[in-house]
Write a protein of this length. Structure first.
Length: 416
């Protein structure tokens, strides 16, 4: 007896809902049912592959990404994500297939961008550095052409943050409260997912992911303040600039920010602490420290050129528009470092700076110091996260964190 499209659509919608609710095991089971009922649906294979990737089952992810491509060779994301799920070797790679696609006339810039980045990833795996660089540059140039962005606007916001949140605003608060959130900040591709993985091995700590909840809590508090008339006489135009908005955030009720944030993150408050690892929370640290004066902040860093190249070689889904031009990456990087220096000078005792290179070179010493900063007992088994920690991960490092700690990235030359 056949199954109607409605049956598959209903199952697919349930799978999507399960995924949105972060019940990925259920989502996999439902998507598996979908592809068994509709085996020639490329989108279903892609969704199943992506869910397997989040769960760390990279072999099944690769199989279903390949099936999606076979059914629809114009599925841009499938080409790129397949390259992320497996390490290319001289015996097994997709370079010829990717080059054949790129030699054809491609109508979709999105497809071409993903193909170039996938090709760059596979050449990188093979240590064909110059070919990797050329492919990534081609993809990044094309991606940048289709983004409306001016890095100077972001730099102006960073300057406004430094000028608004001056050191005198941060007074030590005597409090016995044990703040739940632990914030990991920096720029993407610094190694924050690795740090999160190690920390979440502790029984008191759970993972929440790259949350947007804190900036949303701030925006909500700004709206609440505006409605109450708190900004009367402080706004001289109906349209508020981003730099002016930074100034206004310094006037909002900190308790409102705190309450908004804790209310929206209730589902993560199952342990003593949860980790919020949105990298761009480095812009929010002034408000974070005021709203949660006892919260611990971990700043994950990386050597400049290696960090810049790691950002440039990664194709982000939506965020980080500065990441497709090396000059813009450098400008943004310098602005970010200046903001972090400002926070260190203002409340450095709450910030632990962890260098990625030091962590992978001397993991036990660095991780032990990190747990000491958090006031948590250290256990050597925390470094066995790749064997014991099966928690889902939807970040760009979802594949790498399934491997043991290694120094592979230190051996890759930054091609800039």
């Amino acid at each position: 007896m056949g199954h109607s499209p409605i049956d598959v659509n209903n199952l697919s919608q349930k799978a999507l809902t399960a995924s949105q609710n972060e019940d990925y095991a259920l989502a996999v089971r439902l998507y598996e049912q979908c592809v068994s009922l509709s085996p020639n649906d490329a989108t279903l294979h892609f969704n199943l592959a992506s869910t397997y990737r989040i769960l760390g089952n990279l072999e099944q992810a690769r199989i279903h990404y390949s099936r999606s491509i076979a059914l629809n060779e114009n599925d841009a994301e499938a080409w790129y994500f397949r390259s992320l799920t497996t390490k290319a070797t001289s015996e097994q790679n997709h370079i010829a297939q990717l080059q054949t696609m790129l030699n054809q006339k491609i109508e979709s810039p999105k497809l071409e961008v993903h193909l170039w980045f996938a090709l760059g990833k596979e050449f990188d795996d093979l240590k064909e550095w110059e070919q990797a660089k050329q492919a990534i540059q081609r993809g990044a140039f094309l991606r940048r052409k289709h983004i409306h962005y001016d890095v100077r606007e972001d730099l102006n916001i960073m300057n406004s943050i430094k000028n608004t949140f001056h050191k005198s605003m941060f007074k030590k608060v005597a409090s016995e409260d044990q703040e739940q959130p632990i914030f990991i900040v920096g720029l993407p591709r610094a190694g924050s997912t690795l740090v999160e993985r190690i920390l979440s091995m502790h029984e008191d700590i759970t993972v929440a992911g790259e949350l947007l909840d804190f900036p949303q809590a701030v925006n909500k508090a700004v709206a609440q303040a505006a409605k109450s008339g708190a900004f009367l006489g402080k706004i001289d135009s109906p349209k508020v600039s981003k730099t002016k908005l930074v100034e206004l955030t310094s006037l909002v009720d900190l308790e409102a920010i705190r309450t908004n944030y804790l209310d929206s993150t209730k589902k993560y408050q199952t342990h003593t602490h949860f980790i919020d690892k949105n990298p761009l929370n480095f812009l929010q640290l002034g408000l974070i420290h005021q709203a949660f004066p006892n919260a611990k902040i971990i700043h994950v860093t990386r050597s400049k050129k290696a960090h810049m190249w790691s950002i440039f070689r990664h194709l982000f889904s939506h965020a980080y528009p500065f990441s497709y031009n090396l000059d813009e990456i450098e400008h943004y990087y310098e602005g970010y470092r200046q903001v972090m220096s400002h926070w260190h000078q203002s409340f450095g005792e709450q910030i632990f700076e962890l260098e990625y290179e030091s962590l992978v070179d001397a993991p036990q010493a660095e991780a032990k110091a990190l747990f000491s900063f958090l006031g948590k007992a250290w256990d050597e088994r925390f470094l066995e996260f790749h064997n014991e920690n099966n928690a889902p991960s939807a970040t760009g490092s979802a594949s790498q964190i399934r491997e043991p700690l290694n120094t592979h990235a230190l051996n890759r030359p930054p091609l800039i």
